[in-house]
Design a binder for this molecule. Structure first.
Ligand SMILES: C[S@@+](CC[C@H](N)C(=O)[O-])C[C@H]1O[C@@H](n2cnc3c(N)ncnc32)[C@H](O)[C@@H]1O
Length: 231
């Protein structure tokens, strides 16, 4: 297998992330032209984790996305189904509890977490609606979700330039830093075929999340969706 195809067979997705785990964080910084760190700060503000809370970071990869919630004092569980990413994460962030688990069948009881979150993971799920429902199940009544995912730039001329970057510049750039550049062809294609802001909000509502809203980052390259579980 060279890259996960867009039908997103879970074993292919997991194996693709196993392959890129060692250079994953570095590659992110390079390909996002430094924006990834700003996006992560915005997600941390949106999650607003507090001491004593339990937070689930689903599809946490190497744990980079989970660190801010732990630093804010919450008991933070980093869950992912790529053993390669988890291994790299345990090495880099030994202070975090890493759990191997599939986001469509989470190994947690109902109502475990005050907040559940997912950064740049959902796009890779084979069954997004099932994952959104699972996240709702493991959230306490009154708890919250924050989804950070690539989205659609809202200003049309910028959208055109960005799509060109994704499809033409990103794969060659990936070749210079990444061990499996094909994974970044998949990245470009999966971003292009991902639902836009209103469509993802609709999927969250359909899964049962309430008071769903979103905020664009970097002109809509990334969107932060949030919602609440009913009390
Ligand atoms: C792009 S990485 C994001 C990692 C991290 N959240 C971050 O922001 O750097 C996507 C992650 O989603 C994970 N993933 C994809 N499908 C999954 C599933 N069904 N269950 C659990 N993890 C999944 C992959 O293994 C991968 O580590």
């Amino acid at each position: 297998m060279t890259r996960a195809s867009l039908d997103k067979q879970p074993h292919e997705v997991a194996s693709m992330f196993d392959d890129v785990a060692a250079r994953y964080d570095l590659t992110n910084d390079v390909l996002s032209l430094g924006q990834a760190r700003l996006w992560r700060r915005a997600v941390a503000r949106a999650v607003n984790a507090r001491p004593g809370e339990r937070v689930l970071d689903l599809a946490a990869g190497t744990g980079t996305s989970a660190l801010p919630y732990a630093e804010d004092g919450a008991y933070t569980v980093a869950c992912d189904f790529s053993l390669g990413m988890l291994r790299e994460g345990r090495h880099r962030n030994p202070q975090l509890p890493f759990v191997a688990g599939d986001g469509t069948r989470l190994p947690f009881a109902d109502g475990t977490f005050d907040a559940v979150t997912n950064s740049f993971g959902l796009r890779n799920f084979q069954d997004v609606d099932l994952a959104l429902a699972e996240l709702l199940r493991v959230t306490k009544p009154g708890g919250r979700v924050v989804i950070c995912e690539f989205s659609q730039p809202v200003w049309k001329p910028f959208r055109t330039v960005y799509t060109e970057y994704l499809m033409r510049a990103l794969p060659p750039l990936a070749r210079t830093v990444c061990s499996n550049p094909d994974a970044y062809v998949y990245l470009a294609e999966s971003v292009r075929s991902w639902p836009d802001q209103p469509a993802l909000a609709g999927r969250l509502q359909h899964a049962g999340w309430q008071r769903v809203a979103w905020r664009n980052l970097s002109g809509g390259i990334v969107a932060l969706h949030r919602g609440h579980r009913a009390d």
